[in-house]
Design a protein around this ligand. Structure first.
Ligand SMILES: [Zn+2]
Ligand SMILES: [Zn+2]
Length: 324
């Protein structure tokens, strides 16, 4: 049986090269403004944490240079903070805000988040705060620079770089992966679309609101259809349909159920109230039966498919003209 050594995660730096403080790859900077120097305050030898004395004027330093990808991410963080000044205000200082948001974006890069996903998660003040809260710390802890400053980790060398972007995170003792993934899960929960579309209960009733024909309503995820759809039965004639011995049994959407509650029963007045509310027209100047001939969706001779919008089976523009 042969023993295999784990693949090296670092390479020595060549002359004129610096490691990227984020992903760790060797970089040959094109200008001095790309360089960033960090002071090393102590060293962790794996067993003891030795802090250098602050009175020592010559604390060791390490100089790094952002690679093009990580520089772009850093600049993206700055642009986002410029566009969302409230975020900086909450974090107290521009430097802290930039460091933390850059760290959060670095975390997303480690997790291979797509540009569209990054855009979605940074689209508002609230989303930025959620992102920073959940991913800044594990993102910063993922960076190459965190191996050196403020405290040098065991076994790291300032004259080395990562073999490829973020390869230092595959060190056996690197523990940032789980906390990054936990943070990301937290961000996804906080930014998920918390609502879903609910159709009426599938119990053989008509597949839309009996009155307005709406096919589904928006409700928080996990809501039961029976909690938002109101079960009713009514004579077809009450809904403007032909007289018939069999009653209509089915569901009302929340708006039509409200109209029914206000009017006391399902009938022309409730239908009118629902339609006018949908059209955002006040009812005050109307007689109770101004809209003669209004027929509820389920009372039509052939109702057809329910619709994405209420009252699609009625010529609402004609109604507007009538009331105009
Ligand atoms: Zn980089
Ligand atoms: Zn309805």
């Amino acid at each position: 049986m042969t023993t295999t050594t784990p693949a090296a995660t670092t390479v020595p730096l060549a002359d004129g090269e610096y490691p990227c403080p984020a992903c760790g790859v060797a970089v040959r900077p094109t200008g001095p403004d790309h360089l960033t120097t960090m002071t090393i305050l102590g060293r962790d030898d794996g067993q003891h944490l030795q802090m250098f004395t602050r009175t020592d004027a010559r604390l060791p330093t390490v100089t790094m240079a952002r690679c093009p990808d990580c520089l772009a991410r850093h600049e993206q963080a700055q642009a986002l903070l410029n566009a969302h000044p409230v975020v900086t205000k909450r974090l107290g200082s521009p430097d802290v805000a930039l460091r933390r948001l850059t760290g959060a974006l670095d975390g997303l890069a480690v997790l291979h988040a797509s540009p569209a996903e990054v855009e979605r998660l940074t689209a508002s003040d609230v989303r930025l705060r959620v992102l920073i809260g959940a991913l800044a710390a594990p993102g910063i802890a993922s960076t190459w620079a965190s191996l050196f400053a403020p405290v040098m980790a065991p076994g790291v060398r300032p004259d080395s770089a990562a073999v490829q972007a973020w390869s230092h995170l595959s060190r056996p003792d690197a523990q940032v992966g789980p906390s990054l993934r936990e943070g990301y899960a937290q961000v996804l929960r906080a930014t998920a679309d918390a609502t879903t579309r609910l159709a009426p209960p599938a119990d053989g009733s008509p597949r839309g609101c009996l009155v307005c024909g709406l096919a589904s309503v928006s409700a928080p995820v996990g809501t039961q259809p029976a909690h938002v759809w109101a079960l009713v039965s009514a004579d077809r004639s009450a809904l403007g349909g032909r007289r018939s011995p069999d009653r209509l049994r089915g569901y009302l959407c929340p708006d039509c159920a409200d109209a029914k509650e206000v009017e006391g029963s399902i009938g022309p007045s409730a239908m009118e109230r629902s339609l006018l509310a949908h059209l955002d027209i006040g009812r005050k100047s109307l007689t109770p039966t101004a809209l003669t001939g209004l027929v509820g969706w389920a009372a039509q001779i052939e109702p057809g498919e329910p619709s994405d919008e209420p009252w699609e089976h009625v010529d609402v523009e004609a109604v507007r003209d009538t009331l105009g």
